[in-house]
Ligand binder design. Sequence first.
Ligand SMILES: Nc1ncnc2c1ncn2[C@@H]1O[C@H](COP(=O)(O)OP(=O)(O)O)[C@@H](O)[C@H]1O
Ligand SMILES: [Mg+2]
Length: 251
Amino acid sequence: MSYLIAVTGKGGVGKTTVSSLIVKQLVAMGKTPVLAIDADPNSCLDAALGVKAEKTVGKVREEAKQKVNKGLSEGISKQDLLQLKISESLVEATGFDLIAMGRPEGAGCYCYANNVLKSVIGKLSSQYPYVVLDNEAGLENLSRRIVQKVNLLVLVSDQSNSGLETLKRLYSLAHEMEIKYDKLLIVVNRMRKSDLSAKAQEVKEFTHADDVIGLPDDLEIAAFADDGQSLGGLSDDNVVIKKIYDLVKNI
Ligand SMILES: Nc1ncnc2c1ncn2[C@@H]1O[C@H](COP(=O)(O)OP(=O)(O)O)[C@@H](O)[C@H]1O
Ligand SMILES: [Mg+2]
C-alpha cells in the first residue's frame, strides 16, 4: 500500500513548491522510490524537481487513441497499449519518478481512456511506497479518483484572509465530493510575520485540521524560482526546508 500525499489550494500559493520539497525530503529520508505526479497542466513540478517531463499523459493518451483508430496489431489490447505508452512518459530520477498528467489533447470522448488511465495510474502508484500529487487549484483530480484514497491532504494558502477563506471552501467541497483522507494539514505559505493569524486558527478549527504550519516568505526560494533553478539545491538549514522536514518526519 502506498502512502498518498495530495497538495491543493488556489493558484500561485505554493502548491508546487511545497510538493517538490515534500518529495525532496522523502527522498532524503530514504522513503524511496517516491512517485511525483504533476496533475496541474499549468504547473512545472518537473522543473522544481530538476527533471524534464518530455511527454505528458495527455499526449500519450492522444497517441494511443490515434493508434487504436488506425487499428491495433493482434494480441495487444487498448489497456496494454495505454500502459505501455504511460510508461514512456515516466521520468526516472534518483530516488523518485515523475509523471506529468498534462491536459487531454484532441477532440472526442475520453471516457473510456479516462477509465483506463485511472486504473493504469492506480496500478503505477501502488508500486511506490510514497506518492505525492501536485494538484491544480481545486479537487477535480481527487474527485475523478485518479487516485483512490488520500492519506494526507495538504491545503496550501497564502496568509491573506481571502486565501484562507478559499481553504474553507475547499474543505466543504471535499466533504460534498466525499473525498476521504486520514489526515488534514493546513500550510500558510509565504508568511511575512512569525505568528499565525487568528484567521489561520479559525480555518484550522473550521476544517478540523490535524495541524496548521506557517512557512516564511523565503528569499532563497524566491531567488531559485527567479533563476529557474530546481529546489533540489536549497541548503538544509533553509527555514522552509526544516519545516518540511518536520512535516515529513511526522507522517
Ligand atoms: N515560501 C516561499 N518563499 C518564497 N517564494 C515562494 C515560496 N513558496 C512559493 N514561492 C514562489 O511563489 C511562486 C508560486 O509558487 P508555486 O509553488 O508555483 O505555486 P502554485 O503551484 O500554487 O501555483 C513561485 O515563484 C515560487 O517560487
Ligand atoms: Mg503549481
